[in-house]
Ligand binder design. Structure first.
Ligand SMILES: Cc1ncc(COP(=O)(O)O)c(C=O)c1O
Length: 486
């Protein structure tokens, strides 16, 4: 087992560079830079000098002109991306330094023509909604099943997508976010079959799930399940730099040249070599030790779920419809307010990914060992005990229940003339802005959607509970941006 064979190089403790060309190039560049061998007359403007702004630029290396010369770096890129495509069984792969946000938008640009419809789940991340704006696609919303006891979304049923495809035979693709933000999974093989029978690609936003498919007890990843493209954040589930993401595709239904054009259209021309190299390194780590690391994570999360269930009133999402490494803690039965519990665990230096009144979502990943997860769980339990109260019924968050009425296509609404109106006057008007409680970043209002009293009230409830109202021009929700009347 590779884990046991610790290598002697402290800069590459697992000896990944032999199988990670970008990592190797980054290590060489930064060694030469540290040794004072370089006097770059190209960007970045810090010129590797830490006497100006200090450590903040340490390790930064441009991909073009750092990891390799500007003229040759593309062959390094193609080599590393080919290795990732092979690992996931894809035909095409690109590394992004702009997160799954960029990957989603690139795929929206790759799939159809402006004006065409796409079947898409409304519990999507805001990045994909803005992808619809960029690409001019028109959404046909499908919704996941809601779990009645927790108020959280389950997977999207294949029958729901089949019905949408049958009702919209001109749709150019199916986009699904899977696993959901809370780790619930759909039958992706069934969705792929449904999409392919309709002659369109299935595209999966798997932002949280770069580790799927790397252990027999984990669900297969989207490509293995038959999807035509998958977007995943290397920086979320894998040990990669913030912003690192992978876009993977099969090229039967999506064309390679168009995928490249769409990807490049929205990517920086100056990708950070450190981010690119960390994606390459994370891929090499998965290839070498993925099964062992995922096995450790599955055990850690199983133990955490069991321990949490021993706490009176606390429950966790579990079962065959939930991916085994996801930890979603349900607090309603213990009466503790998630945002107060979160404040305590932040104070203990253990920030979690999401907390709302009834739910806490920490993100254990393959970087965490069993002891670390278990130490966090004890701190979490102590915080829950401090805030314990009378049990209450969980309320399904606005992000999961929103049933929008789309009046204008997102792109038309985005570019339309708009005006600012007080909240009371906004009800019944068409939203010009996207407003999402963040996390999870699922829009409660999106450009082109009718503003309902229920949506305004749901957003106010999030704010009252201490949630962050993101992307609103007025996060206090006293005014809204609406499409101007002609
Ligand atoms: C489902 C989903 N897709 C895409 C994204 C965007 O990912 P990134 O932050 O890597 O751009 C997120 C972010 O949280 C997400 O939850």
């Amino acid at each position: 087992m590779r884990m046991a064979e610790q290598q002697s190089d402290p800069r590459d403790p697992r000896g990944l560079r032999a199988d990670a060309p970008m990592l190797d190039a980054w290590l060489k560049f930064t060694s030469r830079s540290k040794a004072g061998e370089l006097l770059p007359m190209c960007v970045p403007g810090h010129k590797q000098r830490q006497d100006l702004v200090g450590d903040v630029i340490a390790g930064d290396a441009p991909f073009y002109g750092g990891l390799d010369s500007i003229k040759h770096a593309d062959s390094l890129r193609v080599d590393a991306e080919r290795r990732a495509a092979d690992l996931w069984g894809a035909d095409w792969c690109r590394f992004s330094v702009a997160g799954s946000t960029h990957g989603n938008q690139a795929l929206a640009l790759a799939v159809g023509q402006p004006g065409q419809q796409v079947i898409i789940n409304r519990t999507l991340h805001r990045s994909l909604l803005l992808g619809l704006v960029l690409a001019g696609l028109r959404p046909v919303w499908v919704r996941p099943e809601l779990d009645a006891s927790s108020g959280l979304p389950a997977g999207v049923a294949v029958s729901t997508v089949r019905a949408a495809l049958a009702a919209h035979p001109d749709a150019c693709g199916v986009f699904l976010g899977d696993p959901s933000y809370v780790g619930t999974i759909s039958d992706l093989a069934g969705h792929a079959a449904a999409a392919h029978e309709a002659g369109v690609p299935l595209i999966v936003d798997a932002a949280w799930a770069a580790h799927l498919g790397f252990h027999p007890e984990l669900p297969p990843h989207g490509i293995a399940a038959g999807a035509d493209a998958v977007v995943t954040s290397a920086h979320k589930a894998l040990p990669a730099y913030t912003q690192g993401a992978l876009v993977l595709a099969r090229t039967q239904r999506l064309k390679e040249a168009r995928l490249d054009r769409a990807f490049d259209a929205t990517h920086t021309t100056s990708p950070a070599g450190s981010i690119m190299a960390s994606i390459d390194a994370a891929r090499a780590l998965l290839a070498a030790d993925g099964e062992w690391l995922c096995g450790r994570l599955i055990r850690a999360v199983a133990a955490a779920r069991q321990r949490l269930r021993e706490v009176a009133g606390v429950d966790v999402l579990d079962g065959p419809g939930v991916e085994p490494t996801k930890l979603v803690v349900l607090l309603a039965g213990a009466g503790a307010h998630g945002i107060r519990v979160e404040a305590d665990i932040i104070a203990a230096g253990m920030a979690v990914e999401m907390a709302d009144r009834d739910t806490i979502v920490p993100i254990p990943v393959i970087a965490d060992n069993e002891d670390q997860v278990s130490a966090f769980i004890e701190v979490l339990i102590a915080a829950i005990e401090r805030h314990r109260g009378p049990p209450r019924r969980p309320v399904a968050a606005a992000s999961w229940t929103v049933e929008p009425e789309t009046v204008l296509a997102p792109r038309d609404a985005f570019f339309a003339q708009n005006e600012t109106v007080p909240a009371a006057a906004a009800v019944g008007r068409v939203s010009a802005e996207l407003i999402a409680p963040y996390p999870p970043g699922v829009p409660v209002l999106a450009p082109g959607e009718l503003i309902t009293a229920a949506a305004v009230e749901a957003l106010r409830q999030v704010a009252a509970d201490g949630g962050r109202i993101a992307y609103a021009a007025d996060p206090s929700l006293q005014t809204f941006q609406v499409i101007a009347r002609p």
